[in-house]
Design a protein around this ligand. Sequence first.
Ligand code: PHE
Length: 439
Amino acid sequence: MTTENSQGRERWSSYSGFIFASIGSAVGIGNIWRFPYIVGTNGGGAFLVTYLIVVFSFGLAFMILELAVGRYHKTSVVSALQRIRKRFRLIGFVMVGVTLAIVSYYMVVLGWIISYFAITILDLNLSFDQFTGSMYPVVAFLAIVGLNYFVIRSGIKNGVEKLSKYGVLLLIAIIIPLTVIGLTLPGAEPGIEFYLTPDYSKAFLPEVWSVAIGQAFFSLSVGMGVLVTYGSYLQEERRSVLKSSLIIIVADILIAFMAGLMIFSMVFASEMDPAHGTSLVFRVMPAIFSNIEYGMFAAALFFLLLFLAGITSSISMFQMPVSALEDAFKLDRNRATLVITIAALAAGIPSALSYSSVDLKIFETAVFDLVDRWFGTYGIALAAALFTVAVTWFMDRKQLMEQINAHSPVRFPGWTLSVVRFALPALIIATVLSQILQL
Ligand code: PHE
């Protein structure tokens, strides 16, 4: 049984519920795993400046657009785009497909994380290769999909909002002491220097900007229609989308920044190699924790932190296609959740198997990496570019600007839209081209 009647869509129980859910979506594995490593390898403090510029210009503009479209149309992405032009529903379906592909492999990583939490607590001696070579990742993936299914089925208020609120609060309660532990370790200082000392030789390289843009979009959860979906459950309260976006963005940046302090102080205190890239979390961090006092406890907290960050993001990506089905095909929530769960399972199992003993590969590349490249990079860019064009070129200009400026402390003049119309799609295309050329 769903709680809403035919005209009454579900709603967040409060504005703060919406803010917690959106922060939960933005703060994810991207903040704690990817951000520190990207800052470290792209010029440290100088990259931070580039990143802040990108986030507060294009990232902010995109977030405002998504929230405004969702709140104005009060419906999720397929049906919202369809209202602009009938055939734009196709763009909505592209966005649904991209989000489904991404959430499916995101849940594989979440499976690794929850397994590492268990491995730490049970004190099992298992290397990363032994672990991924076993069938545990598949079992863990199924468990994560099951968890997402139950949360989404419980609805916006009782599922998504509750989980996000407690998840985000607990995450903050964990990341602060872990950062303090890191900073107070003997030998942490060079780590902070490595993280923050600007290397301006990199600041003007186009590839550094393209990395910053990719990371900013992924970290802010924009480009996939997730925030259109969250915005569509907002009431007509007297809040501005600008203010909401700023709150979400500042929280996202602060947590990513803290994660960097925590990780680099720990890596340097243990004299490990900071340029370990993506294996940092599963190979290097466990080794580091085994060297510090109460390391097992800290390790368990660290994996719990990653899990909380990730689950509140995966829920948001899972909710997006579920809402799309509900709104576009008038399916009830239970049925829509079931359909998307089956689709996510089908899409995720190959990724879950790609590092396991089955060693699933297509053309010599692990399926996981293929999905990451094709959907995580190009798919998001395609979805984001199509969405911006549909909204900024074809949605009624007056309605869009009114929605953006409603209750806002500052009013965006009409010409800002004219700039965004050209700048956002051009920027997204330039980013993808620069990444393709580097291959
Ligand atoms: N922002 C999340 C992270 O940093 C990932 C995400 C992207 C979630 C897009 C929802 C939509 O990990």
